[in-house]
Design a protein around this ligand. Structure first.
Ligand SMILES: [Ca+2]
Length: 300
């Protein structure tokens, strides 16, 4: 019964989102008419139209997130995709929106406290566990600390070489860290972020994938992490203490101070791709759904 109600609830959100997409599409259609009134360049027109579609995808997502987060104490799941086919009457194309909760990922900047001087041991140890779980060299955690911290004292021989000595602005910067390979980067990418609090390592357990759940404490085995995932499918965590309802967490979660478990995302990445006959226009953005600020924007 609970399961079915949850499903209906999920469906209602998607239907609302669809309705908003269609309304927005009409608005875009109108602006498009105005926009292209003075031009007869076909490619330009097409490209502008795709761009507007992708933009409407971002607006829809931002509105959806803001409404959802204002009305609920938690956010679930960690990511979802929303395709809308032919949202225009006379437009054959697809708008594909993907939304990801950045706070369900490991914020690599949290390994050094905001003062730039002190290593957050709990976050650092959690990162070592994440690296180990992913089959990567645990010393990458030391390389990251040296890259971010203000001092130039090397943990490893080359780990302060051309170091930024500041937090990362985008995950791509990981590629600049000495000794961190393209393979390390690709393996880490689905699980790490640069957005979110830096005074603690804070993770939304409603969205975190298994390796991220496991790295929270030594105690969280693959089996325990799977139980968390199974539990939240039917009962998303509405508050942090709900974690104790999962078998194995009743008495103690084993999560150390310095690592904070949350149930709600705040920073979301949105990828909105408009595609017509293989011609694409994509917008990637990261939005703070709480204060409406855009932390990242890229259109291509
Ligand atoms: Ca440094």
């Amino acid at each position: 019964m609970i399961h079915s109600l949850k499903n209906q609830h999920g469906m209602a959100l998607v239907v609302t989102l669809l309705a908003v997409v269609l309304i927005t599409a009409l608005v875009v259609e109108f602006s498009y008419g105005v926009y292209t009134g003075t031009s007869n360049l076909y490619n330009w027109r097409d490209s502008q139209r795709l761009s507007l579609m992708a933009m409407s995808g971002v607006h829809v997502s931002a509105r959806f997130l803001s409404e959802k987060l204002n009305s609920e104490t938690y956010s679930y799941p960690g990511s979802f995709e929303f395709p809308a086919e032919n949202p225009f009457d006379d437009f054959k194309g697809v708008l594909l929106i993907r939304i990801e909760d950045e706070n369900a990922k490991f914020n690599v900047n949290a390994v050094v406290y905001p003062n730039g001087k002190t290593k957050n041991e709990a976050a650092y140890n959690a990162l070592r566990r994440l690296l180990k779980i992913l089959g990567l060299d645990e010393r990458i955690a030391d390389r990251l600390v040296d890259w971010i911290d203000l001092d130039s004292v090397s943990e490893l021989t080359d780990s302060e070489r051309e170091a930024k000595n500041l937090p990362l602005h985008s995950v791509d910067e990981l590629l600049l860290i000495p000794g961190l390979t393209k393979n390390d980067y690709t393996t880490l990418l689905p699980y790490v972020t640069v957005y979110g609090a830096r005074d603690n390592l804070s993770i939304n357990i409603n969205g975190a994938e298994k390796p991220v759940l496991r790295c929270l404490s030594d105690k969280i085995t693959d089996e325990l992490a799977q139980r968390v995932i199974d539990f939240r499918k039917n009962n998303p965590f509405q508050e942090t203490s709900d974690l104790s309802k999962v078998a194995g967490f009743e008495r103690d979660t084993g999560i150390p101070p310095g690592v904070v478990v949350g149930v709600k995302g705040e920073n979301f990445s949105i990828k909105s791709a408009a595609d017509s006959g293989g011609v694409k226009r994509i917008i990637e953005t990261v939005l703070n759904a709480k204060n409406g600020k855009i932390a990242y924007w890229k259109e291509y």
